[in-house]
Ligand binder design. Structure first.
Ligand code: SF4
Ligand code: SF4
Length: 306
């Protein structure tokens, strides 16, 4: 099976076939609290977690930033997930076992000389910048297909202009490196967020600031939201709880107890959308805790700016 050809046909921008990775050091760092809880499910020792596999296939799905207050990441994540599922079906038809892999892609990409970690803790890949989704599959390939991507010298790409640190709303990027406990993205898993995160939220689904200001991303221009995307992600619609269309674009796992409604409410408050006050009050009337508290915060924040 020509892995490059089939992955390209499904829309992936690049793919890398690597030996099964073992990162005991990464597991040790994770266990000592170096990463946000979102990393808890990752297996540093893929050989132990997937003993049947003989290769790791990393698939890169680049995406353009989106104009407006939304991150383009989740559109790409959802689209690439479905493309990966189609690839898995094609592999199965060829008798090749595969399983979605939870592996530490950051050290893998950097140690293999594919990407480089920047001051903002994101990986940069030449030709894609920092905006890409990585899908990872463990494979059991026949010996003749085990042609690994050649390992290159690790490289450094960051020009240390410190723009990301200067603009980061949480103060996560500083002289002592990256502090995930000050990164907004680490606190957006559900409908409740710490107050300091709500006060600094500028974007639905994540935070785009350090990627926007990074000169290494400037060659990749933003795209406008499609009409369907803009409609599905209208703040009014999300605040009213009408999130079905949005979830079909960004992935059903984004539901998480009213997360989208909560973020839309906070964003409406931070953008001083007085026109959405009535919608917020109506949503608050029927909401359950903890979404209710977030809606109340948004209402109070909005009223204070009136
Ligand atoms: S995502 Fe936002 S909060 Fe996190 S480091 Fe980048 S700019 Fe800072
Ligand atoms: S903004 Fe400057 S310092 Fe920050 S990651 Fe980009 S190149 Fe590096």
């Amino acid at each position: 099976m020509n892995l490059r050809e089939v992955s390209k046909k499904e829309g992936f921008g690049a793919d890398y076939l690597l030996p099964v990775p073992q990162y005991a050091d990464w597991t040790h760092r994770r266990n000592s609290g170096a990463f946000a809880p979102q990393a808890d499910y990752i297996a540093g020792d893929a050989a132990a977690a997937y003993p049947w596999a003989n290769a790791l296939w990393l698939l890169i799905w680049p995406y353009a930033p989106v104009q407006g207050h939304v991150s383009g990441y989740y559109f790409a994540s959802n689209a690439s997930y479905h493309a990966m599922m189609r690839l898995q079906r094609a592999l199965k038809e060829q008798g090749i076992a595969s399983e979605r892999a939870a592996v530490p892609v950051k050290p893998i990409l950097t140690q293999w000389g594919i990407g480089s970690v920047l001051e903002n803790d994101l990986v940069f890949i030449p030709g894609f910048g920092t905006r890409f989704v990585v899908q990872a599959l463990m494979l059991a390939l026949p010996p003749e297909d085990l042609v690994f991507t050649p390992k290159r010298e690790p490289f450094s790409a960051c020009i240390h202009c410190h723009r990301c640190g200067r603009f980061c709303p949480g103060g996560a990027i500083g002289g002592r490196g990256f502090d995930w406990q000050r990164c907004l993205r680490a606190f957006e898993e559900g409908p409740e967020m710490p107050q300091w995160v709500m006060e600094k939220l500028t974007c639905l689904l994540g935070c785009e600031v350090c990627q926007q200001v990074c000169p290494l991303n400037h060659p990749f221009p933003p795209r406008a939201l499609t009409e369907a995307e803009a409609e599905a992600l209208s703040l009014q619609r999300l605040i009213s709880g009408d999130v079905g269309e949005a979830l079909s674009l960004i992935g059903k796992n984004m539901k998480k107890g009213g997360k989208l409604t909560a973020q839309a409410a906070v964003l409406a408050a931070n953008e001083n959308r007085q026109d959405l006050l009535a919608a917020l009050e109506q949503a608050q009337d029927t909401a359950q805790s903890p979404l209710k508290e977030t809606l109340l915060w948004a209402i109070s924040h909005l009223k204070n700016q009136a």
